[in-house]
Design a protein around this ligand. Structure first.
Ligand code: PGA
Length: 263
């Protein structure tokens, strides 16, 4: 099974810090590095701030093993949209992934189901991979409605896509109560129903279903063993290169574990 292991840096890192992180990870992936034998089914990706996109792309090079993304993009290709960046601009800077609908953007920047739908279409139109984030607040979880809530977010953003388009979409389930400094790591049993609900709604139709929210070196492997989880989307733990490299190593090991248990 393909595993997507990526990080968004959110609003962090100077150009020097971006360069250091990228060089460290590239060195690990290079022949002789600790990740030189990273299995083919592991897909690493990094989503820097816009200011570092072109720099990181330059370091990674064309056709890099590591895919590059942006944290947001506008749905129009160009025009009078002060402060925004378009999908063609992101693509020009080397991006292959467009993150869409992170809860921080929904909460602070007016992202709606309608705008996520427009942005998913814009990414697909230009051949980029949409990484759609869905996730419920605490109150919805307390009401026992997590699965219905995130399926509705996904259905809104993906409405009207055909099979070929759906097969290019990544979804990251990121419960708001688990994200960031004030979040708490999820217990594995809390992830079972949300992932089952997404997998049932889109049976083998999507490119992958990732988990994000307080992923760390202690819980990463367990999360990857939850049914239907095919990746990790990580903030704080991956902001230092050693943490990210270790997550990739754990992901490679997780697959070996499940192969061993099948034997
Ligand atoms: P975190 O962030 O890993 O720092 O909790 C996750 C996210 O917002 O994607």
């Amino acid at each position: 099974m393909d595993l997507w292991i990526g990080t968004s840096w959110k609003m962090n890192k100077t150009l020097d810090q971006a360069r250091d992180w990228t060089r460290d990870v590239l060195a690990a992936l290079a022949p002789g590095g600790t990740l030189a034998d990273l299995p083919e089914h592991i897909h690493p990706f990094v989503i820097p701030s816009f200011t570092a996109t072109a720099l990181v792309h330059g370091l990674l090079g064309e056709d890099s093993r590591m895919a590059l993304g942006v944290q947001n993009a506008h749905w129009e290709d160009a025009g009078a949209w002060t402060g925004e960046v378009s999908v063609p601009q992101a693509k020009d800077a080397g991006a292959r992934i467009v993150e869409i609908g992170h809860s921080e953007r929904r909460e602070h920047f007016g992202e709606t189901v309608e705008t996520t739908a427009l942005k998913v279409r814009a990414a697909l139109r230009h051949g980029l991979t949409p990484l759609l984030c869905v996730g419920e607040p605490d109150a919805v979880k307390a009401a026992g409605e997590s699965a219905a809530y995130i399926v509705e977010q996904a259905e809104g953003a993906l409405a009207g896509l055909d099979e070929a388009e759906l097969s290019r979409v990544l979804i990251a389930y990121e419960p708001i109560w688990a994200i960031g400094e004030s979040g708490r790591p999820a217990r594995m049993e809390e992830l079972v129903e949300p992932f089952a609900a997404l997998a049932t709604r889109y049976p083998n139709q999507l490119r992958g279903l990732l988990y994000g929210g307080s992923v760390n070196l202690d819980n990463a492997r367990d999360i990857l063993s939850v049914p239907h989880v095919s990746g990790l989307f990580v903030g704080r733990t991956a902001w230092n290169s050693a943490g990210y490299i270790e997550l990739l190593r754990l992901a490679a090991g997780a697959q070996e574990d499940s192969a061993a248990s099948i034997d």
